[in-house]
Design a protein around this ligand. Structure first.
Ligand code: FA5
Length: 544
């Protein structure tokens, strides 16, 4: 009994001692954590510097490349052995056009010197001064001469005469040429650029000129991260204690696998959270991705995609859709017409039906639009103003139910350009024709589509289109912008379906894709979709 008591007491003590040993070994190991050869190398180099130092300097000292130095420094910083400070610096470089002007001078400056030299010049003379065959530069020059109020146009003598309105020496404080020249020497950091300009012109503000040159697409700015590194107290202590260097494998070789020696070796771990060099792999354009997802949504709902001609007859674009021949949308100022006509591309009987429908409502209980329908107006060729022309033409050649098709394509309108209007844009058109389809089905299709596109809040407002009854306008809600109109929809009137031989209800919609894409990509200007700004493209996410 006594023996067993002693035995248990002793094992308890041994156990306790063993635990202490583990504890002692563990804490000692944690305090003098082994470093890899390169960590050791970099830490010693950092310790050799009096203050924060540049990774390029450390690379020179250690013989390790800069990226590897930074990577190693991040590892050391994670263990608290060094500290890394980051600053973001603005850099500038010239575009191709900027480089041209840096060498030749800005067009408006050259034009101004020419005007001062001659006293005045006609627009044609100025054009010949630049390039008689290409008026791009002379147009830029005139635009900026007038905008800067350096010259004015005088039309009194029957000719458009450009006359300088300031003296040559008033331009001596203009720093735009100098900025282009300085940046042309190579990419340059903002403060260095400001210093160089100040040296030539004295203390001047350069930000406004930089913004102007950027908006003219002559100059690009981009941000760079600068990092500096310094040793910490913990780093100094580690060095003082003596560093245990441990060899880590960074690359697995066939040799290591074949011999099995990898089992006894330590591998360098990856830390995916460490900052790394940005790479910009090729990816599908964000706008194209949106078009593709729209296609998927409709094909998933059982629709088939169709295509149609870009140049349509006015007959299919307007008349067959029961748009009256004196409708304002048909005017030259709204529609791009081609300078030719063609016989209407539809069977004679169908043309006759449309004519009857316009003149007196055909065989329907409708009065039509009255007056005389002129086939020559239907023969005009135009760039389609909506994709409804495409679905309607398809319907006319497929009058038997069911029809469930969609079309994603470019349309053209003479528009004043602004952040939500452009003259070339894309529409998503769709129709469903079948026995028993109703207005609720139409609203259901649209609500489903917008929900799948990431717009759960939508509303329908009563609308008007000459070819649908009832008609609605579809709006989506954006928290920071309110309700935005994205498309039109309705059920085709019998005045449209009867002449083409369709006997069942047709649900139809035409949605603006550009506006939807703009909202879904967080843009505020529809034109940005087509500008392909390289920084924006790089930043655009592939997965939302
Ligand atoms: C139409 O084009 C009708 N054809 C839609 C339709 C089809 C109604 C079938 C009924 C049945 P609207 O002109 O409103 O409608 O244009 C539809 C959408 O295209 C607009 O809501 C808008 O999102 C977009 N859109 C119109 N003009 C422009 C433009 N200049 N730039 C960009 N998007 C535009």
């Amino acid at each position: 009994m006594v023996f067993w008591k002693r035995f248990l007491y002793l094992t308890g003590v041994i156990n306790q001692i063993y635990r202490w040993r583990l504890y002692i070994i563990y804490t000692m190991k944690a305090e003098s954590k082994a470093l890899t050869a390169s960590e050791n190398n970099v830490l010693l180099a950092i310790a050799g510097e009096k203050e924060f130092c540049d990774p390029i300097r450390l690379a020179e000292e250690t013989g390790i490349n800069v990226d590897a130095v930074m990577q190693t420094a991040f590892m050391l910083a994670q263990d608290g052995l060094c500290e890394i400070k980051e600053t973001h610096e603005e850099y500038y470089r010239l575009t191709e056009e900027g480089k041209t002007y840096a060498e030749q001078g800005l067009p408006e400056k050259r034009a101004f010197a020419f005007l001062i030299d001659k006293g005045h010049a006609t627009v044609d003379e100025l054009q010949s001064f630049f390039d008689a065959d290409n008026d791009k530069e002379s147009k830029i020059a005139i635009n900026w001469l007038l905008r800067n109020k350096w010259a004015k146009i005088d039309k009194s003598g029957g000719k458009r005469l450009l006359i300088p309105i300031i003296a040559q020496d008033e331009l001596s404080s203009d720093i735009s040429d100098a900025i282009l020249r300085i940046v042309n020497a190579g990419e340059i950091e903002g403060n260095v650029l400001a210093e160089a300009v100040t040296k030539e012109f004295g203390a001047v503000a350069i930000n406004e000129t930089l913004a102007l040159l950027s908006s003219r697409n002559l100059l690009e700015s981009y941000s760079r991260v600068a990092r500096v590194i310094a040793i910490t107290e913990a780093g100094k202590e580690t060095i003082a204690r003596g560093i245990a260097v441990e060899d880590e494998i960074t690359q697995l070789t066939p040799e290591l696998i074949r011999t099995g020696s990898w089992r006894a070796r330590k591998f360098k771990t990856y830390d995916v959270n460490l900052p790394s060099k940005s790479v910009y792999p090729a990816k599908v354009h964000p706008y194209q991705r949106i078009l593709d997802s729209m296609r998927h949504i409709f094909t998933d709902m059982g629709f088939v995609e169709i295509k149609g001609e870009l140049a349509q007859s006015a007959f299919w674009n307007f008349d067959a859709l029961f748009v009256p021949q004196d409708h304002p949308a048909r005017e030259m100022q709204d529609t791009f017409y081609l300078a030719r006509r063609k016989p209407i591309d539809a069977p004679e009987e169908l043309i006759e039906n449309v004519k009857q429908m316009h003149e007196h409502g055909g065989s329907l209980n409708s009065s039509g639009w009255g007056g005389k329908w002129k086939s020559e107006l239907g023969e005009e060729i135009l760039l389609r103003t909506h994709t409804t022309a495409v679905t309607l033409k398809y319907l006319a050649s497929h009058p038997k139910p069911p029809v469930k098709v969609f079309c994603i394509d470019r349309v053209y309108r003479r528009e004043t350009i602004d952040p939500t209007h452009i003259p070339e844009f894309d529409q998503l058109e769709g129709i469903v024709m079948d026995k028993g389809v109703t207005f609720s089905h139409l609203l259901g299709y649209l609500a489903t589509f917008y929900k799948k596109m990431g717009f759960p809040s939508i509303r329908f407002r009563p609308g008007y289109f000459p070819y649908t009854e009832p008609s609605v306008e579809v709006e989506v809600y954006m928290p920071e912008r309110g309700w935005i109109e994205l498309g039109g929809a309705g059920i085709f009137r019998e005045e449209v379906t009867n002449p083409i031989g369709v006997q069942y209800p047709v649900l139809a919609w035409g949605l603006g894709i550009g506006r939807l894409a703009m909202l879904s990509l967080g843009l505020t200007d529809i034109r940005d979709l087509y500008r392909s700004d390289i920084d924006w493209l790089r930043r655009a996410r592939v997965v939302r």
